[in-house]
Write a protein that binds this ligand. Structure first.
Ligand SMILES: NC(=O)c1ccc[n+]([C@@H]2O[C@H](COP(=O)([O-])OP(=O)(O)OC[C@H]3O[C@@H](n4cnc5c(N)ncnc54)[C@H](OP(=O)(O)O)[C@@H]3O)[C@@H](O)[C@H]2O)c1
Length: 275
């Protein structure tokens, strides 16, 4: 049976790979979004009427509303919504430019939430479907100079975990994907950087300066990541979380096991505060 997928941020990276793979499937209708129409020209060669291009900046709630109207006019039922659009910001916490941080939250958290909200009524109406939120390995563990980025993705995790509980009785699934570093534009054009100026943080200078290079050389392959996401959605046992890559798996496990150990070590204090 044909399923309709809607993917945000399909101009590059994971979103573009998802769109490319979905565009070539016989049983998929695709709604691909971007901020610039020409960024979606690459889809033309696959389009035989099953692809709809929609322009939306996810930091603009009015654009999201009209994008949702356009999407639902193309297909009455959206089966899979992939909230992929996002950006990074690299700086120590103390030196972060709060205007840039707020904008990142607008896109990575509130944009994702507004897009989801625009489609929840139709998911509830059909009592089926999957919402995929692209989170990050940096929502399972943390690294210096990526604190506010992690904060946006930890927010996506808390949001997704709650939404999953609210929607499970209605037959709607929520999948949070936690990719490790992958070769996309994320650390380049999609991000801002602030090289540490405070001498106490000099040890992190190189980390921020070489961020682009680091991600270009990341082991994460967007093609394999897109395939893993599609496979997880199509599986009858769609997981709640999909950590992808060695850093997400090992780094995530190490951090979460440390957290469990720490919580257990304070058990007496924790249980002493209820009267
Ligand atoms: N690459 C990694 O290492 C990595 C790891 C874990 C998680 N992620 C997450 O994966 C997702 C996709 O990123 P990517 O790695 O594929 O990077 P990317 O190649 O830079 O793609 C980011 C996409 O988000 C779009 N976008 C940014 N701001 C937007 C806005 N205000 N409205 C609409 N679209 C917007 C971009 O569109 P424009 O071209 O118009 O800017 C682009 O299509 C993000 O949520 C990112 O945080 C990435």
């Amino acid at each position: 049976m044909t399923k309709t997928w809607m993917v945000t941020g399909t101009s590059s990276g994971f979103g573009k790979e998802l769109a490319l793979q979905l565009a070539q499937k016989d049983d998929v209708q695709l709604i691909a979004t971007a901020r610039k129409k020409s960024d979606l020209d690459y889809l033309d060669q696959y389009n035989h009427g099953q692809i709809k291009k929609v322009l939306v900046d996810v930091s603009k709630p009015e654009e999201i509303k009209s994008a949702a109207r356009e999407a639902l006019a193309f297909s009455k039922q959206i089966d899979v919504l992939v909230n992929n659009a996002g950006l990074g910001y690299f700086s120590t916490i103390e030196e972060s430019d709060m205007a840039a941080v707020r904008y990142m939250f607008e896109v990575n958290v509130f944009g994702l939430a507004e897009v989801t909200k625009a489609f929840l009524p139709q998911f509830r109406q059909h009592k089926s479907g999957t919402i995929v939120n692209i989170s990050s390995a940096l929502a399972l563990t943390t690294l210096p100079t990526m604190g506010f980025y992690s904060a946006t993705k930890y927010a996506v995790e808390g949001y997704s975990d709650t939404l999953r509980k609210e929607l499970a009785p209605l037959g709607i699934k929520v999948l949070a994907v936690e990719p490790s570093g992958a070769r996309t534009n994320w650390s380049g054009a999609s991000s801002q950087k602030q090289v540490p100026q405070i001498a106490d943080y000099a040890g992190y200078q190189q980390m921020v300066e070489t961020m682009d290079e680091g991600v270009t050389k990341s082991p994460g392959d967007p093609k394999l990541i897109a395939k893993a996401i599609i496979d997880a959605v199509e599986s009858p046992d769609t997981p709640a979380h999909l950590p992808l890559g060695e850093f997400a798996y090992n780094g995530g496990l190490e951090n979460l096991q440390g957290l469990v150990k720490e919580i257990e070590s304070h058990k007496d204090i924790s249980l002493s505060t209820d009267d």
